[in-house]
Write a protein that binds this ligand. Structure first.
Ligand code: GTP
Ligand code: MG
Length: 644
């Protein structure tokens, strides 16, 4: 990636200089290198794909064995029959996927709840895509399947994924609880937008420090695959008493039996058989511990590139992040590599979520003999990159550690070879983080991360972080996009009942008066008088990352916003923008190239709950992905009338 280029737009204040230090020269950009050498990246992809015995999925880039006729990860057919849609409607097929089979969600009884989009193997999912559409990177969230356990009880028949039934949505919009003023589009939910500024929170909605105890800090653990994120998380939970000795023995024994002894701590977070067998995290694990200053919500992200969408869904809730890098020779370098390095992609993504405080845990220091020189090299190289992403030096904390040998985690190191380090332990570093400002003064908005349904008890529970406002037991809430009003029967934080949750809190809300299929992950719980907007057409201001294939009108992409993802199509490229000033430099360009800033219009396969970034950042940040890579970051500048 070339160096020192303004990243374009400011996520903090919607002005144009957030990534002003973005350093595109930091490392060589592989796309450009390859282009300069006359090797098109596509050719390289093909070369990779032609590795013997495997075929690479054009959607998620997973290398499947030749015997597989569909991608083992995302379910895309290797050689889809042309026009599988039996109506032969090619155009329509571009956006058609079968609705996902109902997910069986289970939340985990421990402190950890697996986030949505579990092993996206597309079980029960029957794709209608054509190969060429797949090759264009058209991806649907409908492949996602979640399996979770709640309070130790196996649950089933839950639906995850986002908005796959626009027809149902339409009906609701027009017939139920969605008042429409004359002359206004009925397809966008009528909102009391004019009165949001007049909204006055009730007294209980603002925190009272005396009574409220510790605040919640949502902490995403991100980083390249195998850097030790889950081991670190599991070790912290054990050290802080959230995993008992007995449980730990059980993990150790089972891990050993499967020949995965070194993964014992990771097993606390990696719960599914597949995660354990493969030794990788596939979905975000949520766990809780208490530090001196905070109730910490750990969001242990998958590092494997196939699961970046899950990482986005989980880590988008982060107030701050721990970026774990592997100090071993070659491993750090692989993570920071421009091609497959998730250290890079995660750092960029986390910054674009609005996170500006980051702790860098240089893990596996035991492997490099706790060498100060190695630590300094990593600090220097990664520091340059993080600055280029817009992280300020003063907001980056560097911690050399060993999760395996318990060095520098909850106490200063006991290891003599690490005596050169005079900084804080990881736990102290976490306590030194500042809480971001919370939006207590705005109406309730809680993007739904997971939905847990108990058929036996007829309960529907939605999990997520409150982005604004507050909720308490008995509150009436509007669940979008279904538009159904429900009652918050009870609230839980860290598996403990609580009466009130406010902006910043990560909770589960037990809903009454609503059917399971009316609550979906990717939806939003809001104040009944202030519904979130819902549309499938948006204007975005985007920054294009390092792409090799230009974005053109009609480009098919994967669109991510909070916990929702949808297949999307670029329908207009309105203008190119000057990265420094934000002024239009060219109207209606034919295509977008790497590093360009632009205003575009997208149409989504299904509707999403969204707000303009200027009114709610968390619901106005978008990520565009294609062929398994994040190709653009952006913000919603305009919610446009929904296309029928
Ligand atoms: P993904 O979630 O799949 O991205 O991996 P991860 O970052 O969670 O890594 P995980 O915790 O699963 O650990 C991967 C491997 O690194 C395991 O074999 C761990 O035992 C090992 N590991 C983790 N931390 C340390 C450490 O401090 N020192 C050494 N030597 N090995 C470690
Ligand atoms: Mg992991």
């Amino acid at each position: 990636m070339p160096r020192k280029v303004d990243y374009g737009f400011r996520y903090e204040d919607d002005n144009y200089d957030v990534y002003e230090d973005y350093d595109y020269d930091y490392a060589d950009d592989y796309d450009y290198e390859e282009e300069e050498n006359g090797i098109a990246p596509v050719t390289k992809a093909k070369q990779e794909a032609s590795r013997t015995g495997v075929w690479r999925c054009p959607i998620c880039t997973y290398d499947n064995e030749n015997s597989m006729s569909a991608c083992d990860i995302c379910g895309v057919l290797r050689n889809p029959l042309v026009k599988v849609n039996n109506k032969g409607d090619t155009a329509a097929a571009a956006f058609k996927f079968d609705a996902p089979s109902p997910d069986d969600l289970v939340s985990n009884g421990l402190r950890s709840v697996k986030s949505k989009s579990k092993d996206s193997r597309g079980r029960g999912t029957n794709f209608l895509v054509e190969s060429e559409l797949a090759a264009n990177g058209l991806v649907s969230s409908s492949t996602s399947v979640t399996r979770e356990r709640h309070n130790g009880v196996e649950e089933n028949d839950s639906t995850s994924g986002s908005g796959n039934k626009p027809e149902t949505f339409n009906t609701r919009m027009d017939t139920e609880s969605l008042p429409s003023k004359s002359g206004k589009a009925r397809s966008i939910i009528e909102r009391k937008t004019e009165s949001i500024s007049q909204y006055i929170p009730e007294k209980w909605m603002t925190p009272n420090n005396k009574d409220d105890g510790l605040s919640q800090l949502n902490l995403a653990i991100v980083g390249h695959v195998d850097s030790g994120k889950s081991t670190l998380s599991g070790r912290m939970l054990h050290l802080l008493g959230r995993i008992s000795q007995k449980e730990m023995h059980k993990y150790e024994k089972e891990a050993k039996q499967q020949g995965k002894g070194s993964f014992a701590f990771a097993w606390a977070l990696d719960e599914s058989a597949e995660e354990r067998e493969r030794g990788i995290t596939m979905t975000v694990g949520v766990a809780f511990f208490t530090s001196r200053k905070y109730h910490v919500v750990l969001l242990d992200s998958p590092g494997h590139r196939d699961f970046v969408p899950n990482m986005i869904s989980g880590a988008t809730q982060a107030d701050a992040a721990i970026l774990v890098v592997d100090a071993s020779m070659g491993s750090f370098e692989a993570g920071i590599d421009a091609i497959g390095g998730q250290t890079r992609e995660h750092a960029q993504l986390i910054r674009s979520f609005g996170v500006d405080q980051i702790i860098i845990v240089v893990n596996k220091m035991d492997v490099v003999e706790y060498s100060k020189e190695r630590f300094d090299v990593i600090k220097q190289k990664l520091g340059t990159f993080l600055r280029s992403c817009g992280f300020k030096d003063s907001s980056i904390l560097w911690i050399p550690a060993s999760a395996m040998e318990n060095q520098n985690l909850v106490a200063n190191p006991s290891e003599a070879r690490l005596s050169w380090f005079k900084g804080p332990s990881l736990l102290d570093a976490i306590d030194s983080l500042q809480l971001p400002e919370r939006d207590y003064s705005k109406p309730l908005l809680m993007p739904i991360c997971d939905v847990i349904k108990s058929q036996s008890q007829g309960q529907v529970t939605a999990c997520g972080k409150l982005e604004s406002g507050a909720i308490r037991t008995g509150s009436k809430v509007l669940v979008m996009p279904s538009g159904i009003t429900a009652t918050a029967r009870s609230l839980e934080r860290d598996s403990q009942l609580c009466n009130i949750a406010r902006a910043g809190d990560n909770v589960t809300v037990n809903l009454q008066g609503i059917e399971g299929n009316q609550v979906t992950a990717g939806g939003v719980i809001c104040h009944p008088d202030y519904p979130v907007q819902v549309t499938n057409r948006l204007q975005l201001k985007i920054l294009v990352l390092d792409i090799s294939t230009p974005i053109v009108m009609g480009s098919q992409l994967e669109f991510h916003i909070h916990h929702a993802k949808e297949a999307a199509r670029i329908v207009k490229i309105l203008s190119l923008l000057d990265p420094k000033t934000g002024n239009t430099t060219k109207k209606s360009p034919r295509c977008l190239l790497a590093k360009q800033n632009a205003i575009v219009e997208v149409v989504l396969q299904g509707p999403v709950c969204v707000e303009e970034y200027s009114s709610c950042r968390a619901l106005g940040r978008v990520f565009l992905r294609s062929s398994g890579r994040t190709i653009a970051l952006g913000i919603v500048t305009q919610v446009i009338k929904r296309e029928e």
